[in-house]
Design a protein around this ligand. Structure first.
Ligand code: ZN
Length: 251
């Protein structure tokens, strides 16, 4: 079974299309989505319609932006630009897409018996996993071999190795166009594939991963897309231009 792993699309249809083009000849059986389909970008309906079209081949959780943009939560804790984008998104979502967003569950969820997904952390959907301490909390919250997470928009990997009760934790930022990770049985993994639609690691390319569950192997990818088009559409929609500008720099 091969899973396409996507996180933090943020209504960026141009980035999602570039990923579609990239995987056209690859076998994908299911899609795993780690939350934040909308918010910031100008294409909430295209992105959510696509997720809906996956039907039972999709495993998905909600992100904090999905919750706020669907009107389930207040935008008070968002910054000014995110708040404007959330109001715009709620105004523009069509009825079926709004219902779909509202129905997305809070994580964590199982992908397989040994892999789980969540938005922020396994213990709190809104918590950020940046540090070794954050990672230890997230590992403690579940006993799966692999936990996929998003929310930080930074492709990253935490490896917890247990050798005769001696635990070591390795933290790695994932850079480059293509990386391969073979999962070892004596380790546990917290894996962030990065953000499809708003990368924040100074690399503007769309980020995603593919899990080959039979081989216990994960492929990480970055693909270039026409960020200038996504930016233009953000400005034309009347959204804050800064939300378009940051796409050009991956910031
Ligand atoms: Zn996000």
């Amino acid at each position: 079974m091969r899973y396409l792993i996507l996180s933090d699309i943020h209504a960026n249809w141009e980035a999602l299309q570039a990923i579609h083009a990239h995987i056209r000849r690859k076998r994908i059986d299911r899609v795993v989505f780690l939350g934040d389909a909308v918010g910031y970008g100008a294409s909430p309906n295209q992105v959510v319609s696509w997720l809906r079209s996956l039907g039972s081949t999709l495993d998905a959780v909600r992100g904090n932006h999905d919750r706020v943009c669907a009107g389930l939560d207040s935008a008070d804790y968002f910054n000014r630009y995110a708040r404007q984008a959330a109001d715009w998104t709620l105004e523009h979502l069509d009825e079926r897409n709004l219902e779909f967003l509202k129905s997305l569950p809070e994580g964590p969820l199982d992908v397989t018996s040994w892999a789980a997904l969540c938005h922020g952390s396994s213990v709190d959907e809104d918590a950020y996993v940046f540090s070794a301490y954050d990672a230890k909390m997230a590992f403690a919250g579940l006993d799966h071999h692999v936990i996929f997470f998003g929310h930080t928009h930074v492709p990253s990997l935490f490896i917890l190795r247990d050798e005769n009760g001696n635990q070591t934790l390795k933290v790695q930022l994932l850079t480059g166009r293509r990386l391969v990770l073979d999962l070892e049985p004596e380790c546990r993994y917290l894996i962030n594939p990065g953000s499809v639609g708003q990368p924040r690691d100074r690399d503007p390319r769309a980020a995603f991963a593919i899990l080959d569950a039979d081989q216990r192997r994960i492929y990480f990818y970055r693909v270039a897309y026409r960020a200038s088009v996504a930016r233009r559409r953000i400005v034309a929609a009347g959204l804050p231009p800064v939300l378009g500008d940051r796409l050009l720099y991956g910031a």
